[in-house]
Every structure is written in structure tokens, then in C-alpha cells.
Design a protein around this ligand. Sequence first.
Ligand code: GLP
Length: 233
Amino acid sequence: MKIIKVQDNLAGGQAGYQVFADALASGADTFGLATGSTPISIYDAIAASDLDFSQATSVNLDEYVGLAADHDQSYHYFMQKHFFDAKPFAQSFVPAGDAQDISAELTHYDEVIATHPVDLQILGLGQNAHIGFNEPGTSFTSQTHLVDLTPSTIAANARFFADAAEVPTQAITMGISQIMAAKQILMVAYGANKAHAVKAMLEGPVSEDVPASILQQHANVVVILDEAAASLL
Ligand code: GLP
């Protein structure tokens, strides 16, 4: 793993932008994208650049169940606002959280991922070391699945909703085996509230109780951390 320590998330945005730029320059054409507050500075740096994704494909990690694509807390909406409005892709995939038939949507998304192998996957880190919405205990062999979010994840995400009761309790997420199939992974974490998860991810045993620990077994991972997130290493 290559670990890049940065001063703050603005510097992390530049470092992450460079990983995207290098991937594009070396021919990557399918990008696995993530939501959350962490990637925003990278997406902002990309939006302000001359990078061109108009011939590329994006495949997002996850989406809340029950939110329509135009709900302002849906991950569809997030991607539109923070990335696609400035940098449209030739095609973009995000799981349909409002699908009538969730099980058919899971199968469909597995097909999407199989048809569009990811060259570069960006990941944020949950405080409990989840990746995508793969919560602790998720099988490392998992594919796209429906998740009951843990109380801690619901609480962590409540800040984005007017009322905690509005936070969805389920999500569709790409599975860990599919994340690991990406050719390159960019993991980004900022802040003291991620420090324990960062330490467990990088220095702990590889365990399904710590979903991000599987990244120790991936051959091409770049990790961007600020000082607070790296403080327990
Ligand atoms: C959510 C997302 C994850 C993200 C995590 C951390 O649970 N499903 O993909 O990594 O939040 O979010 P943040 O970057 O806001 O700390």
C-alpha cells in the first residue's frame, strides 16, 4: 500500500485528483465512485480541472433504499451535484434505491459491475471501518446486496437529514469481492473519528469484523490520510 499523509482535506483533494488524473492518463476508462463528505474535495479538484470523463463509465458503490434519485440525500443526487454536473460520463450507474423489486435490482447491479470492470475505485471509510455500506461481519465474498444499516452508521449519517427518523435504515451496496476486483483502489480518510478504523484497517488482522482490513490483500492501493486520521498509526 502506498500511504500519502496530507495536511488537510484540501491537500487530500489535490492528491486524490492526481490519482484520478494518472489513472485516466494510463488508459483507465471505468471509475468506481463513492459518496460521503470525504471525496468531495477530490471531486471539487476534478471539477475545476480539464480532466475529461466523457468517454468513461462510472459505477457507484451504493445507494439508500427508499430514496428516489431526485431526493436531495440520495447518492444519485450527490453524484450529480458533486461530479456529473461538471464532468459527465458517457454512462453512469448507481443502484436504484427506489426499485420496486430490490432483489431484481441486486441481480441487475451485479451484471452492471461484471460488464464494466472497475479500473480505479475510490473509497471512504466508515467509523466502524465499513466500505461502501459493507458493515462489519459482511462476507469478503459478498456481491451486491441489501444491507440493514447499523445504528452507528445511521447515527453518523443523520447529520445530513433534517430529522434522524428520516435516515434510511437500509441500503444497496456493491459487495466486498467486487470492490476488491478493482484494478486500483484509492482509500481516503480524514479526521480523528476515523483514526481507530484507519489503524484497524492498516495494522489489524484481516477480519470480516473490519471490512476495510481486506485492502491489505489488494495489490494496488493508495491511502490518503490527514494527520488526525493517521494519528494512531
Ligand atoms: C457512508 C457511505 C460510505 C462512506 C461513509 C463515510 O456510510 N456509504 O461510502 O465512506 O459514509 O462517510 P464520510 O466520508 O462522510 O465520513
